[in-house]
Design a binder for this molecule. Structure first.
Ligand SMILES: [Zn+2]
Length: 308
């Protein structure tokens, strides 16, 4: 699959805990302006990357939400493949502190010295933390409520600059410096000293879009403040609401919980995932979520969802 959108996610796995013939463990790829980010890396992730023709050599940043096997057992395999393929550029891994120990121990036991540098970034507190940024996007971690320390991630596009009207450029042929100034909001001064107000020669930029990943977690209203007004929310829906008690006991959410979170956070769209193999069909999850939050979909593996 060729990911062409400016901002999208492709689900590689949406199954909880145990894979089935047709569903894989948690992992997904976020693409923004041709930069690739991997969230979680359950067993089989590298096979899914290959199956869906994701350019996985472009992944330079991997975000691991927590240390339950269904979210990271695929990591050592992927790291080994990069090594065998001769990767040289560094790879950043953001995850719980013990992940470094786990990976380094495995590499030591199998006597592999990677050809590239692994840079670990520990998620180690309960705040809303900026953990990565480049010129296009910022990534934040925030605490979820699960049986072990778990973090959600929010990808937020940066505010873009003003767009200059083509008709103005053709008429006045501004210099590069003048263009940059106008994009930053300054007025244009003509050669005869006349001033053209900025709002006459520009149009507003597109509103920045955002994507939040909340898996795994119990429904907890304290999470809402981290994801207010998010464009697309991926939220776990391990069970339907007939298993509300089980969800609470296991620190998971129902589809109804996920919809309440999307509604309270004023999200634009909700994608449900992390489904228990006990769910024979997923239509009941979709139905109960849509009653509360209409713009809900069931995630499908291999589908690229545009963030819009
Ligand atoms: Zn899980």
């Amino acid at each position: 699959m060729e990911t062409t959108s400016n901002f999208s996610i492709t689900i590689l796995g949406n199954s909880a805990a145990i894979p089935t013939k047709n569903s894989h463990l948690s992992s997904q790829v976020v693409v923004n302006h041709n930069n690739y980010y991997l969230i979680d890396c359950g067993e089989g992730t590298q096979l899914q990357l290959i199956r869906y023709k994701i350019k996985y050599h472009k992944i330079d940043n991997i975000f691991i939400s927590h240390l339950h096997g269904d979210h990271f057992f695929g990591l050592i395999g992927l790291l080994s493949t990069y090594h065998l393929l001769g990767r040289e550029k560094p790879l950043n891994i953001y995850g719980p502190p013990a992940l470094k120990l786990l990976i380094e121990m495995q590499l030591k036991v199998v006597q592999t010295k990677l050809k590239y540098e692994l840079l670990f970034h520990e998620l180690d507190n309960d705040n809303y933390n900026p953990i990565f940024e480049n010129k296009d996007i910022s990534v934040y971690s925030f605490p979820l409520v699960h049986r072990v320390p778990t973090w959600g991630f929010k990808f937020e596009q940066k505010q873009k600059k003003l767009n200059i009207k083509k008709s103005f450029v053709e008429l006045f042929n501004p210099s590069i410096e003048e263009i940059l100034n106008i994009k930053n909001g300054e007025n244009f001064v003509c050669k005869d000293g006349a001033i053209i107000p900025n709002n006459e020669i520009t149009t507003p930029p597109q509103q920045p879009l955002s994507y939040a990943y909340c898996s795994d977690t119990r429904y907890d209203i304290s999470i809402m403040k981290y994801i207010i007004d998010v464009s697309v929310l991926y939220h776990e829906a391990t069970f339907d609401s007939s298993m509300q008690d089980k969800a609470h006991e296991k620190f998971h959410s129902t589809a109804r919980d996920a919809a309440n979170m999307a509604k309270n956070a004023n999200a634009t769209k909700l994608i449900l995932g992390h489904f228990s193999a006990r769910n024979k069909e997923l239509t009941s999850l979709l139905a109960e979520a849509c009653v509360i939050f209409e713009n809900t979909i069931i995630s499908e593996e291999g589908i690229e969802y545009l963030i819009s």
